[in-house]
Ligand binder design. Structure first.
Ligand code: SF4
Length: 380
């Protein structure tokens, strides 16, 4: 049992009697009320169980009196209007009607060189690709009527290596959403001037930290340019360096991304894998738990395009289509496939049989890259 207000979890083993009452509680038609049978009232285990539930404010026990109104409670259920499975089941409705409202983030990968060519499969990082992103297809894709719920565009890579840089900047200027630029430090230095010249509104720079931070940090803070350092960490040896960076500039400027190199699994097991205590400290509220029941909170609402014009919901899976397709069709395909947006712990073993499946964070790219569906110590 989980109290989504106090974030307390009551973890108990069922015996025959408590299991009987749990089954009744889970029956929605009982509206969260169970009647204790007279023969069970003196059962010690049951009394302890009820006492703990009351103590943790997860329920309470009341005596039935004929004159008293019976109290019921609505079990937490998802808003049925938004339940994709119901839309899918209804013959006159299409998941696209619901899905199109949820495309809110688009990542544009520019071609060029990359220091870590496969890292884009884990985190936003430049790809190593000499293709030139077809600008006019991109423009048409972004101008379609399905983008009204878009709130963020990420541009990942070196804008100076893109022949349509000026056109891209004009396009970005014309779309009133937040723009995040992911750049190396040397590119960032050149790019600052450019961005200031056109007076681009609502943007932020994400700069990969590579030891040469001091002068850039000074320029960025002096010019009040919103930015973050992205610190890539793959071993415990880097902690000292990371700590220095955070102490020097403040945590608010540093975003840490663990990276899997293929031979640092012990680092992930020690620092990224979740133990039961971590899960219990996650402090999720009711909304988070609902979200974990139907959507992947890492991927939901996000599409990406690679320099060759192929569009993805997850860069570890095959593309949904290309920039020439209708956004609507790509989203409907994604919603039905459950590849990324609806890839939840209920879909993977051993998570689907785990008590913590709605308390655990949604599956991420790390699971795909490492090749293990559950990065935890609960079910090793
Ligand atoms: S098995 Fe899956 S749901 Fe259970 S704790 Fe591990 S990652 Fe979370």
């Amino acid at each position: 049992m989980y109290n989504s207000q106090s974030h307390m979890l009551y973890y108990f083993l069922c015996n025959e009697i408590t299991e009987y009452y749990c089954d009744h509680l889970l029956d929605m038609t009982n509206l969260y009320v169970i009647e204790i049978e007279e023969s069970h009232i003196t059962n010690g285990n049951l009394i302890d169980w009820l006492h703990n539930i009351e103590q943790l404010k997860m329920g309470y026990v009341d005596e039935i009196q004929e004159t008293k109104t019976f109290i019921v409670s609505f079990p937490p259920l998802l808003n049925l209007q938004s339940d994709i499975d119901r839309i899918e089941a209804a013959e006159d409705r299409d998941v696209g009607e619901y899905a199109a409202q949820n495309w809110n983030e688009f990542s544009i990968y520019l071609g060029g060189e990359s220091k870590f060519p496969n890292l884009h499969k884990q985190i936003p990082y430049p790809v190593d690709d000499s293709s030139i992103l077809p600008f006019y297809d991109l423009q048409a894709f972004l101008s379609s009527s399905d983008n009204s719920y878009l709130n963020t565009i990420n541009i990942i890579g070196n804008p100076f290596s893109y022949p349509y840089k000026a056109e891209l900047m004009d396009l970005l200027y014309s779309i009133p959403v937040k723009k995040n630029f992911y750049l190396t430090a040397s590119t960032a230095c050149r790019f600052i001037k450019e961005i200031q010249q056109i007076d681009l509104p609502n943007y932020e720079l994400y700069i990969y930290y590579e030891q040469e931070e001091a002068s850039i940090h000074h320029i960025l803070t002096e010019k009040q340019i919103p930015f973050h350092w992205i610190y890539l960490i793959s071993s415990e040896k880097q902690y000292e360096d990371l700590e220095k960076l955070e102490t020097k500039y403040g945590n608010e400027y540093v975003e840490v991304h663990p990276i899997y190199t293929g031979d640092n699994l012990p680092f992930f097991e020690e620092n990224v894998y979740l133990a039961e205590e971590d899960i219990l400290q996650s402090n999720y509220d009711k909304q988070d738990i609902f979200a974990h029941q139907v959507m992947n909170t890492n991927f939901w609402g996000r599409l990406s395009v690679l320099p060759d014009g192929k569009v993805y919901s997850n860069l570890n899976h095959p593309p949904l289509g290309t920039l020439k397709d209708r956004v609507y069709d790509l989203i409907v395909d994604e919603m039905k496939s459950k590849r990324a947006w609806r890839w939840i712990r209920d879909e993977v073993s051993p998570c689907k049989d785990c008590l913590f499946r709605y308390l655990c964070p949604s599956p991420s790219n790390y699971e795909l890259v490492i090749g293990k569906p559950n990065l935890c110590h609960v079910k090793p």
